[in-house]
Design a protein around this ligand. Sequence first.
Ligand code: ADP
Ligand code: MG
Length: 744
Amino acid sequence: MTQSKSRLDAVTAATMWREASVNGHHHKPRAGTAAPVTNQPRIEDLFGEDVFSERVMRERLPKETFRAVMRTIKHGDRLPEEVADVVASTMKDWAIERGATHYTHWFQPLTGLTAEKHDAFVSPDGTGGAISQFAGSALVQGEPDASSFPSGGLRATFEARGYTAWDPTSPVFLNRSGDTVTLCIPTAFVSWTGVALDKKTPLLRSMEALSGQAMRVLRIFGTDKGVSRIITTLGPEQEYFLIDRNLYFARQDLLACDRTLFGARPPKGQQLEDHYFGAIPARVLAYMAECERELYRLGVPIKTRHNEVAPAQYEIAPIFETANVACDHQMLVMEALKRVAPRYGLQCILHEKPFAGINGSGKHNNWSMSTDTGLNLLDPKTETHNNLQFMVFLCAVIRAVDVYADVLRASIASASNDHRLGANEAPPAIMSIFLGDMLTDIVDQIETGQTTRTLKGGKLELGARTLPELPRDTGDRNRTSPFAYTGNRFEFRAVGSSQSSAWPNTVLNTMVAESLDFIASALEKSLGKTPSPVKLNAEIKALLKKIVKQHKRVIFNGDGYSAAWHNEAEKDRGLPHLRDSVDALPIFKGKKAADLFAKYKVLKREETESRAVIFIEKYCKQVTIEADTMLGMARTQYLPAALAHQTRLANAVASTEAAGVDVDAQRNFLETFVGKVSAMNEAIGTLAAASDHHDDDPFQHAKHIKAHVKPAMAELRKIVDDLESIVADELWPVPTYRDLLFIK
Ligand code: ADP
Ligand code: MG
């Protein structure tokens, strides 16, 4: 009976937690406050509390020092050593006033997570006491041991030296954990030989690359006055699941893999579409609010929260920021979501596909380019057909997505995202662009060489006098497109929920930089020194016409989920269809990707190759952990439960027969059941044999996994999920989908 106890105990505990938190027992308002409307400080007072922000620096730094730091932040000038000393000492005082004892260089190694190594401010003063110290050199540079981070062959284990370098463009902040406060300095992470071992360094380089090329385009238009650089902007929408923590601990697969490896579909999934944008459950709302408060303190501009499509699925989204800061903040968002959940008896799951049969989670990557004076270069304005500069940037993106579709696809490849892409609920693995009616019409006009009109959305009459007349957008939305234009930006929807935003944005920036380079070079050549406005106009239109003709195959406004599109995309349009990570990741081993990154100094050749190796190794490790977890659960949980059920059936048949009653029908039933249990046992053997495999070449190993391990996993799962609907509920050893998804 111990097995049935674990599931039922977990469910009971989960239900009790839920009741208690909904009734407010876990979170009583502070005593002594006189019936406040809320016991929380106002967001406006909280926002940026724990950030060493521009405002703090202006208040605390000497004027000259402040100006020097701003020059570094805004224009990338190097910070003189004396200035760094002053900044560091001010930073230390500010942090210590807020309870900090330690500082850390905070960086993003290729694990995809963040890393930190704390050092105390305090040092002995030589007379038996201690002083707190923080020199400019310690702010600007750190030296963590680099040998235990993935380097994809860039570094041998004994070659340990690595450096972290302060990234002054991303604000310094305080990390709080209970009473322990740590000053966190966002940094880039490189090896002693100077190769990038992190996600931030290439992202910063890609932003530089794009900026340089986009400035050339502005110069051609003469719109570069007062603009010193182009910024890429990013607003990542994060989807996630929340489940009860008691249930989470009762599932080995969730604990080890962040997803369920077994589980039959519940009768009610998301069919009724009653969860999306539904009223947020009380416990979840309390959790969201606390996450938001922690993030506000860190200066993360959280704007949006709502229920997502699947039961137990939610979304959090910030206001967009400079891509570099947005990527750092996105890491903080994922960490806060995870950190706060246990306080509410919840577990936050960031995996792309925690549950089969219902929607998975993505991280919609809203991306644009803007001048540092605030002009969004992908804003079409009202008379789009006259806005030639916009058309150039639009066509640059269209060309980039067509030319580098495979690289873009590979940038979001992972074992976990494989469950999402191409499945019937997520954008397909074929990269295409949705433009909507208005822009499609513009692009069609560009192709004819004459742009004369801009389609208008008009007004929407709602038919009830008391309701307002609504201005209508010029185009509908398309949820099925992996790369959709949404009015003033592109939304790259295929990014995975658990992945760092840095890498897909690095790839996106670099390929668009290449496209802008292509356009600027062609125009600079054809236009000569001082072209007349007429010539400028004619040359640009001629070039864009060529680009549209050549690359319009990547534009698709229809249903991206449909089989007809997959057929058309591959057969008629010749678009690459890299179905999974095993197909996609080798792209980073190839010449095309290496050339692209090398040309724009985003990654040296060996840096690109190292990423290919790291990503594919991670794929192999992840699936192998899943296979081993499946084997463990099947052998020690599901098989014993099925055998217990079989014994019950057998006893029932035997005792009924002994009583002299005819049991032929039930004997057949028992035989069928025994057959299923034997099939499970056989599937365990097949999976064990398939996963017991080694190959020195991770790309070969991945192929083996795809051909043998994954099919064996699917087969075992099918059998166990089938048994779940037959075996006595009380014998079933783990919480079911029904428990996991509906105890909110
Ligand atoms: P949706 O309706 O697509 O779910 P949300 O409001 O949830 O939209 O998220 C849209 C995201 O796009 C927000 O983070 C928003 O700040 C961001 N965004 C808006 N304009 C830009 C821009 N110019 N560049 C990058 N991101 C942007
Ligand atoms: Mg949204």
